[in-house]
Ligand binder design. Sequence first.
Ligand code: FMN
Length: 158
Amino acid sequence: MNDEKMYRRALGSFATGITVVTVRGPDEAVLGMTVNSFSSVSLDPPLVLWCLDKSAALFPIIEKCDAFCVSVLSEAQEDISNRFAVAHQHETDGLALTSGATGVPYLSESPTNFQCSVHAQHEAGDHLIIVGRVQAFEVTSDAKPLLYYKGAYGSIEG
Ligand SMILES: Cc1cc2nc3c(=O)[nH]c(=O)nc-3n(C[C@H](O)[C@H](O)[C@H](O)COP(=O)(O)O)c2cc1C
């Protein structure tokens, strides 16, 4: 096994949740991508971050956007995670969306969402760290989260 494979495997041993980040495209269309690099940063002010691959199809759009939403996925939303991880398939057609405080909609069915303005961007190798200031958030259900661990989905038992 080469070093990169081992490194990826090591990173995969850190369990995460899964989110879909939504932004508005140039034609006002709502676009989404699956993201598991989401993390909280600061409580006061309320800041969160996620890391955007510079080779992502949405990079040129997201790099210039001033707002985004983070929809945390539930264990029932594996199909949504798969849908927004397909290359060049980022349209949200057919999904229930709710308009957020920043004008960017989020996935209505997600148990938790964070509606953010872009607070800062930081260069970080082949990724761009995007720091968002949470303008509003909602916890609409206590559905169990979708987990991601060692390259596979999981859910909390019990
Ligand atoms: C579980 C999972 C987590 C992901 N997390 C991220 C992430 O944090 N940042 C990122 O830029 N891409 C992430 N991706 C990849 C994007 O979802 C993917 O690049 C994009 O949606 C589809 O590829 P495209 O950019 O070529 O259109 C993740 C994919 C999966 C399956």
